[in-house]
Write a protein that binds this ligand. Structure first.
Ligand code: NAD
Length: 468
C-alpha cells in the first residue's frame, strides 16, 4: 500500500504512526498517511521560522520561486489529479482542472504587487507605507478542493515574504503531501512544510507561539475554535467558512435558459462547495417550470467513481458527510417535502447519493436553514420579491448569493439587497484569482485572492521622516 511522506525543512519525513485514507467510492482504505506527532509539528514550525529570516529579504527570488512552483505543479498534473480523484473522488477531469487552477493561482500570486505608497512628501515631511510579512503562516484546509485551496494560501503568503506550514484535511491529505514534495524541489528548505494528521495537529498548529497568522478554510464550528485559539496570542486570522447561498429566480427569467448554470451552481463537486447554491427561491409563476428543468437535469447526471470515464459526479467524500446529507433529506421528507429527483443514497459500496431536488420545503426545515454541503437542493416558492430577499438574508451565513433574470438593471437592484460577500447575476461560482472572495457574518473574516487577499498576509509599516 502506498505511503505518503510529509515535507519538513525541505526533507521527506515519515511518521512513526500512520492513518488510513479511504476511497469514497468503496469505503475502503487504499493508502496510509503520516500521523504527525507534536514534536514533528514543532520541527515544521521551527523550519518555517528559520526559513523566514532569509525568504523575506528577496522579493524577486520569491516571484521566481512561485513561478517555478506553478510550472512544477502543472508538470505534475496527471499524478496530482490521480491522487485527488483517489482521495476526494471527484471525476478525473475535474481533478485535472483543479490542478490547472492551483497552478494558475500560484502564477497569479507571482504577479501581485507589494506596493510602496507615498502618502506625504511636502515641506514638513516624507511619509510612506510598505507591506511587511507576518512570519510563519498556518494554512489549514478542508477536503472538498484540497489542492486548490492550499494554492490559494501558499501563493500570497509566500509572495508577501512569509513561510508556511500546511495541514490538509485527514480525509484528503495525499495531494497536499505530494504538493509539499513538489514545492520542496523548487523552494528553499522550510519555506513550505506540509504535515498530515487529525484535527489535533490543527489544534497544535494554531496554538504554536511561532505562528503569526492562521489562514483557515473549513466549517464554521472549527473557524470559531480557531478564532479562540488565535485570541490569547493575537495571531492574525483569515477564516473562509461555510455558506448557505440563496439563488433568487426573478419572474422575468427563462427557466430553460438558466437551468444548466443554476443546476451546476448547486451540484458541482457533488454539492460539496462552500460557495455553491444551497437553496433556490423561485416565483410562484415559474415555480413548476424551474423545478421541472432542475429535476430533469438531476435525473440525467452520470454518477460514479471519479476514475470511471464520462462520470459527471462522484460520491460524497466521507461517511460523516454522507450521513449528514442523508439525515437532512430524511428530515425534510419526514416533514412533508417531496423528492422530485433522488431523495436517497444510491446503495452499494461507497458514499454515493442520488442528485436530489426537493419541493414542498419551507424555511425552518434543516435542509433550508443549514448548510447541506452535498447533492440535495431545496426549491422554495415566493410571491413577493421582497419576501424572497428577506428569506435569503435570514441566515447566519453570508458567503454568496445570485439573482437570475433577463433584466440586468432589476437583478442589480436585488443583488444590492443581499447580505453576502459576492453577488452574481445569471451565474454562481465564478471564482477567479483577481477578485476578492470572502464572506460576511458566520461565513468568515477577511478575504482571499487578488491584491486584497495578499494584504491579509502583510502588516503595514509606516515610515515618517521629518523635513526642514
Ligand atoms: P472542518 O472544519 O471539519 O475541517 C477543516 C480543517 O480543519 C481540517 O484540516 C481539520 O483537520 C482542521 N481542524 C478541525 N478542527 C480543528 C481545530 N480545532 N483546530 C485547528 N484545525 C482543525 O471542515 P471540513 O468538513 O473539512 O470542510 C467542510 C466545510 O468547509 C464546510 O462547512 C464548507 O462550507 C467549508 N468550506 C469553506 C470554503 C470557503 O472558502 N469559504 C471552502 C471550502 C469549504
Amino acid at each position: 500500500m502506498a505511503q505518503a511522506v510529509m515535507t519538513i525543512g525541505g526533507k521527506r519525513e515519515h511518521a512513526t504512526t500512520t492513518f488510513g485514507v479511504i476511497n469514497p467510492a468503496t469505503g475502503v482504505v487504499f493508502a496510509e498517511a503520516p500521523d504527525c506527532s507534536q514534536s514533528a509539528l514543532d520541527d515544521a514550525v521551527d523550519a518555517a521560522d528559520r526559513a523566514f529570516r532569509s525568504w523575506r529579504l528577496n522579493e524577486d527570488a520569491r516571484r521566481e520561486g512561485l513561478r517555478r512552483a506553478a510550472q512544477a505543479v502543472s508538470a505534475a498534473q496527471a499524478e496530482l489529479a490521480a491522487l485527488i480523484t483517489a482521495e476526494q473522488c471527484k471525476p478525473l477531469a475535474a481533478a485535472a482542472y483543479e490542478v490547472e487552477m492551483a497552478a494558475l493561482w500560484l502564477t497569479n500570486a507571482s504577479t501581485l504587487v507589494l506596493p510602496r505608497e507615498v502618502l506625504q512628501d511636502d515641506a514638513m515631511a516624507y511619509a510612506e507605507v510598505t507591506r511587511r510579512p507576518l512570519g510563519v503562516v498556518a494554512a489549514i484546509t478542508p477536503w472538498n478542493y484540497p489542492l486548490l485551496l492550499a494554492a490559494w494560501k501558499i501563493g500570497p503568503a509566500l509572495l508577501a515574504g512569509n513561510t508556511l506550514v500546511l495541514k490538509p484535511s485527514p480525509f484528503t491529505p495525499l495531494s497536499s503531501l505530494l504538493l509539499g514534495e513538489i514545492l520542496a524541489a523548487h523552494l528553499p528548505p522550510g519555506v513550505v512544510n506540509v504535515v498530515s494528521g487529525g484535527d489535533d495537529v490543527g489544534v497544535w498548529l494554531t496554538h504554536h507561539p511561532a505562528v503569526r497568522k492562521i489562514s483557515f478554510t473549513g466549517s464554521v464550528a472549527t473557524g470559531k475554535a480557531i478564532a479562540s485559539a488565535a485570541a490569547p496570542d493575537l495571531k492574525r486570522i483569515t477564516l473562509e467558512l461555510g455558506g448557505n447561498d440563496a439563488a433568487i429566480v426573478l419572474d422575468d427569467a427563462d427557466p430553460a435558459t438558466i437551468a444548466r448554470d443554476l443546476f451546476w451552481g448547486a451540484f458541482i463537486n457533488c454539492g460539496q462547495i462552500c460557495a455553491g447554491v444551497k437553496r433556490v427561491y423561485a416565483p410562484e409563476s415559474l415555480y413548476d417550470e424551474v423545478v421541472a428543468a432542475l429535476a430533469e437535469r438531476a435525473r440525467k447526471v452520470r454518477v460514479g467513481p471519479g476514475t470511471q470515464p464520462n462520470v459527471q459526479m462522484g460520491p460524497i467524500n466521507n461517511r460523516p458527510q454522507f450521513e449528514r446529507v442523508t439525515e437532512l433529506v430524511d428530515d425534510a421528507l419526514a416533514q412533508g417535502a417531496t423528492a422530485v429527483a433522488g431523495g436517497k443514497p444510491m446503495g452499494g459500496a461507497g458514499y454515493f447519493y442520488a442528485p436530489t431536488i426537493l419541493t414542498n420545503v419551507r424555511d425552518g426545515m434543516r435542509i433550508v436553514d443549514e448548510e447541506q454541503f452535498g447533492p440535495a437542493l431545496p426549491i422554495l416558492p415566493y410571491r413577493e420579491l421582497d419576501d424572497a430577499v428577506a428569506r435569503a438574508n435570514a441566515t447566519h451565513f453570508g458567503l454568496c448569493g445570485s439573482v437570475w433574470s433577463s433584466n440586468v438593471a432589476r437583478a442589480t437592484e436585488v443583488c444590492a439587497q443581499l447580505e453576502c460577500g459576492t453577488t452574481y447575476i445569471n451565474a454562481h461560482l465564478a471564482i477567479v484569482p483577481h477578485l476578492p472572495f470572502g464572506g460576511v457574518k458566520w461565513s468568515g473574516i477577511g478575504v482571499e485572492n487578488g491584491q486584497w487577499g495578499l494584504d491579509e498576509y502583510t502588516s503595514l509599516r509606516t515610515l515618517y521622516r521629518a523635513k526642514g
